[in-house]
Write a protein that binds this ligand. Structure first.
Ligand code: FAD
Length: 401
């Protein structure tokens, strides 16, 4: 038998649940389907279990999208302050960390509780453990889509509005699938190439082995992307390569084959400092001098990797000084890849936004088909921006679907 609903949302994650509650509050009969056995799994593990649910400062330029204007409408209509309103309504305690990041004091479970409570209050139903086996459009005589059928092993559903909220490819262990991209392709939409984002990078064997002895060391660095975007935050050396917030941020901008240029001493002017040591302490060795600002083991390793000879500062020729400054202020390191979707927080690329209305998230030429959240070619920086996009895009679709 066929079950009718006004709206079917596929994906009970951040964007899908927000959309479901909004559409439900409008009086729409909403059903959310998800193959997982639990709603909002990514929310639960996010932000180390405390969910960095938004940011104090959200701007369109905190997002990567091949159409940079696309995010503006939704972000301006559902802001971080709107989400904080929900946090307040449910009296969830939260705190601010570096860079305006907002986290739950207690647990990410609070965020899932808010979304589930909102869905319940709005009378939106959620069905978990449900595989989708087919989606079809039903057209009228003019060829206009009037309904969609959604087939599962146990039921066939019909709906007027179909919202795809199945997210990206990161963390397949948590149930991520390419389902949303396949639906897009089925309906003739372009899907821009996907790759892992907000992800640690891996290094070539030799560098990896050398650096792995220092794994656990964290350094404040500054890294500039090709387009001039600059991230100043910690870099962490790991057994596999490089991680930490600065590396995760820059990974969104990095393309295979490129080198990263890392300022290892972002807070000082090394050329000036070395000149002053030459005056005040000319016999101090280069190694000991650099060790004033960086861990000694790291300095030793860097000097051997970059063939910097240790000698008293007074003996350094101008050319040698220049190369020391270059290594420290723009250390060139060429990752051989990333850790991939296994550990990535997000997926870059996805459903091309050119075919989507930025106001409603509906496909411009396909009546009743919507895409929200990470399945779209919208990727935020680290810092709560990806959830804010899920909230805002889910909210926007929820006003009209
Ligand atoms: P999701 O939340 O991924 O939801 C998609 C849903 O669709 C899932 O429930 C899934 O089960 C379901 N689904 C998928 N395929 C199918 C299918 N074939 N059939 C049925 N259902 C399907 N962002 C932040 O802003 N702050 C953070 O602190 C943060 N921390 C993160 C930590 C980790 C480890 C990870 C992996 C991500 C983190 N993110 C964070 C990113 C954030 O979780 C995502 O951007 C966000 O969840 C995307 O929301 P979404 O609703 O589009 O997709």
């Amino acid at each position: 038998s066929t079950h009718n609903h006004d709206v079917i949302i596929i994906g009970a994650g951040a964007a899908g649940l927000m959309c479901a509650a909004q559409a439900g509050y409008r009086g729409r009969d909403v059903l959310v389907l998800d193959h997982a056995k639990q709603a909002g799994k990514k929310i639960l593990i996010s932000g180390g279990g405390r969910c960095n649910f938004t940011n104090m400062d959200v701007e369109p330029n905190n997002y990567l999208c091949s159409n940079p204007h696309f995010v503006k409408s939704a972000l301006s209509r559902y802001t971080q302050w709107d989400f904080l309103g929900l946090i307040g309504k449910y009296q969830v305690a939260y705190h601010e960390r570096d860079f305006g990041q907002l986290f739950c004091d207690d647990s990410a479970k609070e965020i899932v509780r808010i979304l589930m409570s909102e869905c319940e209050a709005a009378n939106a139903k959620i069905r978990l453990r449900t595989e989708i086996t087919a989606i079809e459009a039903i057209k009228d005589e003019q060829g206009t889509i009037t309904q969609y059928t959604v087939t599962t092993p146990s039921h066939v559903y019909q709906c007027q509005s179909l919202v795809i909220a199945t997210g990206g490819l990161s963390m397949p262990k948590l149930g991520a699938t390419p389902f949303g991209y396949q639906v897009a392709e089925q309906f003739g939409l372009k899907v821009l190439p996907t790759r892992a984002g907000l992800v640690p990078v891996t290094l070539h064997q030799e560098q990896k082995e050398a650096l792995s002895e220092l794994s656990g060391i964290s350094l404040p660095v500054r890294i500039e992307a090709n387009d001039g975007t600059v991230f100043g935050a910690d870099m962490l050396i790991t057994h596999r390569g490089l991680s930490g917030p600065s590396i995760l941020q820059i990974s969104n901008y990095w393309n295979p084959g490129e080198a990263m240029s890392i300022d290892l001493l972002p807070n000082i002017d090394l050329a000036a400092e070395l000149e002053s040591v030459r005056q005040s302490n000319p016999n101090q060795s280069l190694k000991n001098t650099l060790s004033t600002w960086l861990p000694k083991r790291f300095v030793e390793l860097l000097m051997s990797m970059e063939n910097l000879v240790d000698k008293p500062i007074k003996q350094l020729q101008h050319k040698e000084l220049d190369s020391v400054v270059a290594v420290l202020h723009s250390w060139q390191i060429k990752p051989n890849g990333t850790e991939g979707y296994r550990t990535a927080e997000v997926t870059l690329g996805g459903v091309d936004t050119d075919a989507i209305s930025s106001k409603t998230m509906m496909c411009k030429n396909i009546n009743g088909l919507y895409f929200v959240g990470e399945v779209l070619d919208v990727t935020g920086w680290l810092g709560g921006y990806n959830f804010q996009w899920a909230w805002a895009s889910g909210w926007a679709a929820g006003q009209v679907c």
